[in-house]
Design a protein around this ligand. Structure first.
Ligand code: BGC
Length: 744
């Protein structure tokens, strides 16, 4: 194992030579590390030679960014009000503070802050994933990064990529679904977009932070191979697509060891096998030791909010070094990881400064994202799209008259002008509950001038049913608020199922528009004409919803997560830790291994309510010409998609792959996808290369990927359950090292 361990203490030798040459070049005399022609590692080494021990120790602790009077805590003076955290800078050397804010859907404000940043919110991370459009994810990230710069933030706590193993997880809205390829691709694109602004983004929460119940005390158990082929693969793909400057380790334990002091996860897999060069930051107060954490690969303790819960500052890491528990070379290595990242991402060369924000341009970005995120799950009798006809339309519930719901917790973005629905409980952590002031009702009225549109808030089901009975079409907006630090039942709250049933009984031409964090139960789906999943729609959500409902835009999202029909379909029907006293440790055993989401349903032969990849367009597509070839050892899949319907629309052909033998965790894995915009009558030939890891098993003993020889099956589908064509190709055996990254 020695060969795979991360080595420290190798950085010093070239320092003097580099310093001499930088100075000889006459660059920034006295600050040779400011010579941008030097590599990031060389610049970091130059800086390290000038730093005192106290300065080095300064860079490895981040402090909570908000004054917590209850804890007698004063944030450092560099902190920007409302931000998540700050690592003090070193002005003497020109090292700026690291100003950190959450950024899953936009520049967030901490719940305990007295003043909020009012910023643009993207739709939820899960919504962005539902676009299956990495370009939109990149643009959304670029928008968030631009607002971060203008807010004076240079480190963004974004890039949630924990797989959805637990549909009740209160943070599913921040994540990117249940499939490692889709999640890694979409989160990676968002991270790359953020970092295109010369700032750092994280990917988080590494690893297996898949439920909020007991998140700081639970211990995840998973077979090593299963982890490499599921959750870890999602991180690996996101990291190779985006090279995030930082990885945030998670609160939970994995195989008995907290993630932030987990040598296997941090040193061996992340920094060793994947050769990632950034710095590991802990989740807020997610550090649990000094020497163990430092030696396991944690580079920065973050979110420190009281001196007594800190492990690196307050003299502790210094003392551990003096006592010989942590080599000095390891502190230098921690600082090197941080500094080389600040150089590599442009944080030092392009200092951030608060400035103006182009909110109108950013509203267009979030609107485009949400428009393509909306998933049309059911549409019978041509209920949608709503043409501009003299229809009587009832809009019911969900505060659709004023806004759209957002998710809660540290990712909470405050809209300009404040929430559209003040006072909704909880108003404190993990609240406040916020509705972005973008009204679907008003947007529908603007688009449908011939229609008569009436609104009922839905609190009185009888009144809502009566309005429905006197309408031609009914749109029921059903909401489920979810948030960090809690998990949530899959049943819609506040008796909304009963409201939907009453309305549908009065008028079967009822379309349910869901604004939820993730999957929910839909027991009424057989009794309504339409089901639309709009997720948490973001700043311009009402406009986007109206664009899709009226057909101004095609319905072009597809589910990135399965919707279960009942709890007994889940690998863990009972949520682990539920009902236990707070802080009582417990185990979560992932017996499903790598069979997450649709893979589990397929393996068990279960029918979910709605399947992974599912979603309709307003036009029709045919899929054909499936052809498989082997190119340089890789599997290339070619096919043709044609728009045979009446209007322009988006197809999302999905390629699924199956093992030559029955050894995989499931019959099928997503092997590739493409989002195609096609005019009526247009067809497109597409060729995708399947990442060879998706055709392999992780071999723990051999420490690498192994593809067995044999005939592999490939399906071309419109969803994981709507498979249109299949073909087989014999592939040779192939071995790939743990460090394998696909080209490009
Ligand atoms: C969350 C992180 C977040 C941090 C700072 C923690 O509670 O788990 O995702 O980045 O707080 O707000």
């Amino acid at each position: 194992m020695i060969g795979r361990r991360v080595k420290y203490g190798m950085v010093a030798l070239s320092v003097l030579a580099a310093a001499t040459s930088a100075q000889a070049g006459g660059n920034d005399v006295g600050r040779p590390w400011m010579n941008a022609r030097l590599g990031s590692d060389a610049r970091a080494e130059l800086l390290l030679t000038r730093m005192t021990q106290a300065e080095k120790l300064t860079l490895v602790t981040g402090f909570y960014g908000v004054d917590l009077t209850a804890k007698h805590w004063t944030a450092p003076p560099e902190a920007r009000q409302g931000q998540a955290g700050v690592v003090p800078g070193i002005p003497r050397l020109g090292i700026p503070p690291q100003w950190e804010s959450d950024a899953g859907v936009g520049v967030a404000t901490q719940s305990s802050a007295k003043v909020a940043f009012e910023r643009t919110a993207l739709p939820s991370g899960l919504a962005t994933t539902a676009t299956w459009n990495p370009e939109l994810a990149f643009q959304g990230g670029a928008m968030v990064g631009a607002e971060a710069r203008a807010s004076g933030m240079n480190v963004q706590l974004a890039g949630g990529v924990d797989l959805i193993r637990e549909p009740r997880n209160g943070r599913n809205f921040e994540y990117a679904g249940e499939d490692p390829l889709l999640a890694g691709t979409m989160a990676g694109a968002q991270i790359a977009g953020i970092q295109s602004n010369h700032i750092v983004s994280t990917v988080k929460h590494y690893a297996y932070n898949d439920q909020e119940t007991g998140r700081t005390v639970l211990d995840v158990h998973i077979d090593e191979a299963a982890g490499r082929m599921s959750d870890l693969l999602a991180f690996e793909i996101a990291i190779e697509k985006a090279d995030p400057g930082s990885v945030m380790c998670s609160y939970n334990r994995v195989e008995g060891v907290h993630s932030c002091e987990n040598d296997h996860l941090l040193n061996q897999v992340l920094k060793g096998d994947w050769a990632w060069k950034g710095y590991v930051m802990s989740d807020w107060e997610g550090t649990h030791s000094t020497a163990a954490a430092a030696l396991a690969g944690l580079d920065q303790e973050d979110g420190v909010s009281t001196p007594d819960t800190a492990w690196f500052t307050n003299g502790k890491l210094d003392a551990a070094i003096k006592a010989g528990q942590v080599p000095q070379a390891r502190l230098d290595d921690m600082v090197h990881h941080i500094l080389r990242t600040l150089f590599a991402k442009g944080v030092i060369d392009h200092p951030v400064a608060p400035g103006p924000i182009d909110y109108a341009a950013h509203a267009a970005v979030t609107r485009a994202d949400e428009t393509q995120a909306i998933v049309l799950l059911k549409n019978t009798g041509g209920a949608l799209p709503l043409g501009d006809r003299p229809l009587r339309i009832a809009v019911i519930g969900g505060h659709a008259d004023v806004g759209v719901l957002a998710g809660g917790g540290s990712a909470q973005v405050h809209p300009r002008g404040g929430t559209a629905v003040p006072g909704v409980q909880p108003t404190t952590w993990p609240g406040p509950v916020i509705y972005d002031p973008s009204s679907p009702l008003q947007a529908l009225k603007a688009r449908l001038p011939k229609a008569r549109i009436a609104y009922a808030d839905g609190r009185d089901p009888a009144a809502a049913a009566s309005l429905a009975a006197h309408s031609d079409v009914v749109l029921v907006f059903a909401t489920q608020w979810t948030a960090e630090s809690q998990d949530f039942p899959l049943t819609l709250p506040e008796r909304q199922d009963a409201l939907i049933s009453a309305v549908a009984a009065a008028n079967p031409r009822t379309v349910v528009v869901l604004e939820t964090g993730g999957p929910v139960f839909t027991p009424w789906r057989g009794r309504v004409a339409g089901v639309v999943e709009a997720w948490y729609p973001g700043t311009a959500g009402g406009e986007a919803i109206a664009d899709v409902l009226t057909g101004r835009a095609d319905a072009s999202g597809r589910l990135p997560v399965s919707f279960p029909d009942s709890l007994d379909q889940l690998p863990r029907p009972r949520l682990d830790g539920e009902g236990l006293p707070e802080n009582a440790p417990f185990d979560v055993t992932y017996a499903e291994g790598a069979a997450v989401g649709y893979k589990w349903y397929d393996q068990k032969g279960l029918s979910p309510a709605f399947a992974f990849g599912e979603g309709q367009s307003y036009t029709h597509f045919t899929y054909g010409g499936l052809k498989l070839t082997q190119r340089g050892g890789d599997l290339a899949v070619s096919f043709t998609v044609a728009n045979t319907g009446p209007r322009e629309g988006y197809a999302i052909p999905q390629v699924y792959v199956g093992a030559a033998s029955g050894a995989w965790e499931a019959p099928r894995r997503l092997g590739g996808f493409r989002k195609l915009k096609l005019r009526p009558g247009e067809s497109r030939r597409v060729t995708l290369t399947v990442d060879p890891r998706l055709l392999s098993l992780w071999d723990t003993a051999a420490h690498g990927w192994r593809r067995g020889a044999g005939a592999y099956q490939v399906w071309l589908g419109a969803s994981s359950r709507d498979l249109k064509a299949s073909a087989k190709l014999r592939l040779d055996a192939r071995s790939l090292p743990a460090s394998y990254h696909p080209a490009g």
